[in-house]
Every structure is written in structure tokens, then in C-alpha cells.
Design a binder for this molecule. Structure first.
Ligand SMILES: O=C(O)CCC(=O)C(=O)O
Ligand SMILES: [Fe+2]
Length: 457
């Protein structure tokens, strides 16, 4: 048994308390017909909605909702069609209603030429929801409200809504909100399509009335954002980069999960090499422990002698989804090949979590301490990047000037297996202040980069 040593625990996140406080999204209140006197709201006009959303699972069917007040919200109120992610709700951020129409919803019903809009009371929501259940896809509930929020965040599917007027009011136009909604309402894209179709139907009608007039092009007031453009690239045989692959919500979950595991037994520490030099990063292992000094995998943490935490199920599911998507890309690239031959599947039982400060780096190396069988089969290393971006070098040898460089940004997934399993790789630098603002605000993640590499030993 190794003697237990005192270690200084490393917190990934700087502002744990602040992060806890900001875990709830405060949106202006506008509905909740179920509220009654015994259900004490956060404020007179506020309510907390929670949506238990299993990490990595996008299925709206698996969500349950309840109010902060303890009472269950009628599931039907929020259950939208399968194509619409929870909840079918959007903040009207463009104009201020000056608070006079709190509690009003605009209902858009029907599709095609039947499209109409009308204001409805929150008490009519149930009726609307049942229309949705009957299969209508052209229904939108749009929250009419002042464009001000108190705070906003999303944690494990928990969303709370609260009227503005509290300390620290921010505008909905803040990046926090801009970034929040599109990410968490991802499936709304499908919904939007439906609504656009409805709009187009109206347009067709109006163009009947204005025959001969030039058709105008649609104009988006929002520019497409880089992180919404999910590009995928085969860097070399067996090496695939999935850009902007991990949603903001999942990035937040990963940071928070790593932070809480990292504080516990087998958590983050600053490892050293045989010669006594310290690595320029903090490290924690999940599943099995890897010791950079011995270059061996072991059951126990070299510092506190504890067993490493298990790899969370959500992490493993994300890795498996990424492998599948890499396979689709390989198949698209060449129909003739079996993607398994290029990038074999694997089921991770080891995850090395590195946290690089902005001065962190990792020299060119090969990952070759996994079992002989794993390496022989070319089982891939799957690497997730979160936080500040990193320059990532890869090549066939140790010569830095011959290595290729790629930028790994927050949310990117890199896979290298098959013929690229033994590729030399390293991180020469971290790009300061490049992490997404909402990620930092919601988690308090330190400046720097979190990297998780999954392997099957
Ligand atoms: O941080 C990275 O992107 C690479 C990490 C790595 O190569 C390793 O942990 O073996
Ligand atoms: Fe590595």
C-alpha cells in the first residue's frame, strides 16, 4: 500500500458558488395556470420548471417537468410534437412589450394558408397542447414579454423562469441568452422549418395578389454562427475531426461532472515524470488510472491511493455516438469501405482528463500504454475538447516542423484509430480567452482547456 499523501485539490471551476446560483434560467414569467396560493412562487410572478433530461439523450419523450412549487405541471401543456424539443416556447427578444402584456401568448396555429396569429391567455394552453397532440406541427407559443432576463443557465435539464426586476438584470440580447436558446432548443430547427413552410404558404398567397412583383430573398437578422456549423473532416486515414460536435449543454454537463469528480477521491492532481519534472497540466483518470511516471495503467491513484471514479454513462454514450458519426463520414467519403476497417469501434474503459491552464502544453508523443490487443486492433482514442481552444499537432514522427496543425475548439471531437492509432500528437499551446462565454459564465470554468481522451484498455 502506498502511504497516503496530502494533496492539494484542484478545482476546475473558479466560481462554484456563483455557478450554483446561476444554475437557473430566469425568464420573465408568463404562464402557469396551475399555480395556487399554497404553491409559493420564487416571486409573485415566477415559477420554476424542471425538465429532467438524461445527459446525452435528446429524446423529448423522456423529459418530465415539474414546477419549483412542488406541483407537477400537466405534461400535456408542454408536450410538443416529436419534432419539437422542450419546451415549445420562445422569448420574444426583439421588441419590448413594456410589461403590459405579461401573461399573453401569441398562438400561431394551422399550417399553410390557414396560418393565423392571436393572443391567448395562459389558461388556454391546455387546449393548445391538445391540438399539438393531435398532430398539428404548425403551432407556436410565443412568449410576449419584456426583453430582460435576470440570469440564465441550464443544468442537467433544469430551467427556471422568473420575472425580471432582480439584481444583475441582463438583456436577452446578451451572448448568454443568444447562445443558450439555439443550443437547447436544437430540435427547434425542424420546428422552424415547419413554421417557415407556413410562412411561405402565406407568402405564396400574397404573391398571388402581387403577380409580377420581383420575388424578394429571405433575410436573416442573425448571422450563421460558427459553432452551429457542424463540419466534419477526415484528417488522414483513421483520424476524424468532428467540429462543434458537443452541444453547449453537454459541455456544461461535462465540465460540472469533471469538476465534482475532480474534487473527490482519485481526483485532479499535477502528475510528474520519472525525472521529477511536472507535466504542464492537471490530470484525473476515470475507469482505470494511468501513471505518467511508470507509463502503466493501474487500479489506484498514485497520490491518494484511491480507485479512480467510474466513467459516467453519459460520457460513454457520447463517445459511442461520435464513433458512429465518424463511421457515417467515412462511409460517405468512400462507399466501398467498411468503416470498421478504417476506424474500429470501441467501448471505453479508460478516460484521461487533462486540464491545461493557458500556459499548459503537452509534447509530441504516442498513446501506447494501452493493452497490446487494443493497439494491435487500432481501437481509437476519442478526444473531447472543452474550454479554450488548443493548437494540436499530429504527424508520423517527433519532428515538430513536420507535424500538421489543427485548432481544437470547445465542443470538438477528434478520433484517431486504425492506421492513425500510433500517430504522434501533442498540444504546443492554448489560445487564451477563446472559450465560449456562456460556458464560462455558467460553469465558472477556469481559463484554460479541458480535454478528455477515451480509450479501451
Ligand atoms: O489534449 C489533447 O488534445 C491531447 C491529450 C493527449 O494526447 C493525451 O492525454 O494523451
Ligand atoms: Fe496522447
Amino acid at each position: 500500500m502506498l502511504p497516503l499523501q496530502r494533496i492539494i485539490r484542484f478545482d476546475l471551476c473558479r466560481l462554484s458558488t456563483a455557478a450554483c446560483v446561476s444554475r437557473q434560467i430566469f425568464l420573465p414569467f408568463c404562464f402557469m395556470k396551475k399555480m395556487n396560493a399554497s404553491q409559493k412562487p420564487i416571486s409573485s410572478n415566477s415559477v420554476l420548471i424542471t425538465a429532467q433530461k438524461p445527459f446525452g439523450n435528446e429524446s423529448p419523450a423522456e423529459e418530465t417537468r415539474q414546477s419549483s412549487l412542488g406541483g407537477k405541471i400537466n405534461e400535456k401543456q408542454f408536450q410538443s410534437s416529436n419534432e419539437i424539443d422542450f419546451p415549445s416556447l420562445s422569448v420574444n427578444a426583439g421588441s419590448s412589450s413594456k410589461g403590459t402584456n405579461f401573461g399573453k401568448w401569441r398562438k400561431r396555429t394551422g399550417s399553410g394558408s390557414e396560418l393565423r396569429q392571436e393572443a391567448v391567455n395562459s389558461s388556454e394552453l391546455e387546449g393548445i397542447a391538445s391540438q399539438q397532440e393531435e398532430g398539428g406541427t404548425g403551432i407556436d407559443l410565443e412568449l410576449q414579454t419584456r426583453p430582460r432576463l435576470v440570469n440564465s443557465s441550464y443544468h442537467e435539464g433544469i430551467v427556471s423562469m422568473q420575472e425580471s426586476g432582480y439584481n444583475g438584470v441582463v438583456d436577452v440580447a446578451s451572448p448568454l441568452v443568444e447562445n443558450y436558446f439555439p443550443s437547447h432548443f436544437g430540435k427547434k430547427k425542424v420546428y422552424r422549418k415547419n413554421f417557415e413552410e407556413s410562412n411561405n404558404a402565406v407568402d405564396t398567397k400574397s404573391s398571388e395578389c402581387s403577380e409580377g412583383l420581383p420575388k424578394h430573398e429571405r433575410f436573416n437578422i442573425c448571422l450563421p454562427r460558427l459553432r452551429d456549423i457542424k463540419t466534419q473532416e477526415i484528417l488522414r486515414p483513421g483520424m476524424v475531426l468532428l467540429k462543434h460536435y458537443i452541444s453547449l449543454r453537454d459541455q456544461i454537463d461535462i465540465v460540472e461532472t469533471c469538476n465534482s469528480l475532480g474534487e473527490g477521491p482519485g481526483g485532479f492532481y499535477r502528475p510528474g515524470y520519472k525525472d521529477g519534472a511536472k507535466l504542464r497540466l492537471h490530470m484525473m483518470c476515470l475507469g482505470m488510472n494511468w501513471d505518467p511516471q511508470t507509463r502503466k495503467y493501474d487500479k489506484r491513484h498514485p497520490v491518494d491511493n484511491c480507485e479512480p471514479p467510474e466513467i459516467p454513462l453519459g460520457f460513454r454514450l457520447l463517445v459511442q455516438r461520435a464513433i458512429k458519426d465518424a463511421h457515417c463520414l467515412i462511409k460517405k467519403d468512400s462507399d466501398m469501405v467498411n468503416p470498421e476497417d478504417i476506424l474500429p469501434s470501441m467501448s471505453p474503459n479508460v478516460c484521461i482528463v487533462n486540464f491545461y491552464s493557458i500556459y499548459g502544453r503537452l509534447g509530441l508523443h504516442q498513446d501506447r500504454d494501452e493493452s497490446r490487443e487494443s493497439i494491435r486492433r487500432g481501437l481509437p482514442v476519442v478526444s473531447l475538447s472543452i474550454g479554450d481552444s488548443a493548437e494540436f499537432l499530429y504527424g508520423d514522427g517527433r519532428e515538430i516542423d513536420q507535424a500538421k496543425k489543427v485548432l481544437l475548439e470547445s465542443g470538438d471531437v477528434l478520433l484517431f484509430g486504425g492506421k492513425s492509432r500510433m500517430v504522434f500528437h501533442g498540444v504546443p499551446s492554448i489560445v487564451p480567452s477563446s472559450a465560449p462565454e456562456p460556458l464560462k459564465m455558467k460553469t465558472g470554468l477556469r481559463h484554460g482547456r479541458l480535454n478528455l481522451t477515451f480509450r479501451q484498455f
